[in-house]
Design a protein around this ligand. Structure first.
Ligand code: PGA
Length: 252
């Protein structure tokens, strides 16, 4: 059975002091979750240290929302993999649709970060997903195939155990519109097929594929009931314990 990962992407929310207080109550509420479910939070860079401190005695892992494709040097404003590791981060979200759309990150650039993160010892959540226009133009599969094959280019079958893929249809992010369980499931199954083609069936069957896009307590159960959905990448609903805790405990 595949593991489940529920991750909260805080985006540009939570100052260090807000994040500290929030992480403390999150640790109290879901810090003891064990077994098949792993819980991840991704604060903004500057909020990471206070969150790491608050969750250190819990099972919650801390992710970053991005990182530099360079190791170190004259890259003003960037944050390196080594800095993240030193701060207690174990996972990095790469290729989020907001980074692709607003900061023009392309697949080759994202792939460089994926390879560097894995080489440095960070786990990766690679986000993929189509826009509404692409879906309506019948390009869903072309877009997903390109984002998966180019984003994961040169990743070894072995390293794939440290990669999670997040399927996040862009039209469902922050809009309140969720893909139906069936739509999401068929996109996940397609992604699994692409991974099988690229690497092998074993890797494809074991890779965790999260769904993201307006996940909330009211829809998580039906999404998680789908065969190919192994978790959630949660934006808006990860910003309150009231919403995030029942998502994490969807199975209770
Ligand atoms: P949302 O964001 O849950 O607010 O739709 C999801 C994401 O962007 O990861």
């Amino acid at each position: 059975m595949r593991k489940v990962c529920i991750a909260g992407n805080w985006k540009m929310n939570m100052t260090p002091s807000e994040g500290k207080a929030f992480a403390a109550s999150l640790a109290e509420s879901v810090g003891d979750v064990t077994g098949n479910v792993s819980v991840v939070v991704a604060p903004p860079f500057i909020t990471i240290p206070s969150v790491v401190e608050q969750v250190k005695n819990s099972n919650i892992k801390v992710a970053a929302q991005n990182m530099s494709d360079k190791e170190s040097g004259a890259f003003t404003g960037e944050v390196s993999a080594d800095m993240l590791l030193d701060a207690g981060v174990s996972i990095v979200i790469l290729g989020h649709s907001e980074r692709r759309a607003l900061y023009k990150e392309d697949d080759a650039f994202i792939n460089r970060k994926v390879l560097l993160a894995l080489e440095k010892g960070l786990d990766v959540i690679l986000c993929v997903g189509e826009t509404l226009e692409e879906r309506e133009n019948g390009q869903l599969e072309t877009v997903l195939k390109r984002q998966v094959t180019e984003g994961l280019k040169d990743v070894s079958p072995n390293d794939m155990s440290r990669v999670i893929i997040a399927y996040e249809p862009v039209w469902a992010i922050g809009t309140g519109k969720t893909a139906t369980g069936d739509d999401a499931n068929s996109a996940h199954a397609f992604i699994r097929g692409v991974v099988a083609e690229m690497l092998n069936e074993g890797v494809a069957n074991s890779v965790i594929i999260q769904y993201g896009g307006s996940v909330k307590p009211s829809n998580v159960k039906s999404l998680m009931a789908m065969e190919h959905i192994d978790g959630a990448l949660v934006g808006g609903a990860s910003l309150s314990v009231e919403n995030f805790a029942p998502i994490v405990r969807y199975n209770d």
